[in-house]
Every structure is written in C-alpha cells, then in structure tokens.
Design a protein around this ligand. Structure first.
Ligand SMILES: [Zn+2]
Ligand SMILES: [Zn+2]
Length: 77
C-alpha cells in the first residue's frame, strides 16, 4: 500500500515514477501528470507529450514558443 503524493489516496497498485531524478508515488496517471509534467511557459497547459524545450524553457507546441519570441523550434512529429 502506498499513498498518492498528490491526493493522498491509499491505493494497492501505485504508480512509481522516476522522471529525471524527481520521483513520486501516485494512484493514477492524472496525479502523476499533475505533479511531474512540466507546464507550457506560454499557455500554462501541462506538457504530457514530448513538447518543446529551449534553454530549459518548456513549450507545448511550436506556436506557443513562437508567441513567446522563441524562433526556430519545430513540432516533433
Ligand atoms: Zn492521486
Ligand atoms: Zn502552450
């Protein structure tokens, strides 16, 4: 049994995540995303796909990067 780091739910099949050194125990993927997924610098939505990154700044898509003045980033297909 392990408690979810986000909502505290005690679940018998917890998800343990190690995302580049940031670890956590969660009862569902929604909670894992809430705790670990980076947010788009422009629109604030959670980046749960590959996303885009430039100098440690994360965007959900090339359009958001462009609107924040970051040029040259292309959506990875
Ligand atoms: Zn949870
Ligand atoms: Zn965005």
């Amino acid at each position: 049994m392990a408690k979810c780091d986000v909502c505290g739910n005690d679940y018998d099949k917890p998800i343990k995540v190690d995302a580049g050194g940031r670890t956590g125990t969660f009862d569902c993927f929604e909670c894992a995303i809430h705790a670990l997924a980076p947010a788009c610098t422009h629109c604030g939505c959670k980046v749960i796909g590959h996303g885009l990154e430039r100098d440690g700044v994360v965007f959900c898509c090339a359009s958001c990067a462009e609107q924040s003045g970051v040029v040259g980033l292309v959506d990875r297909a």
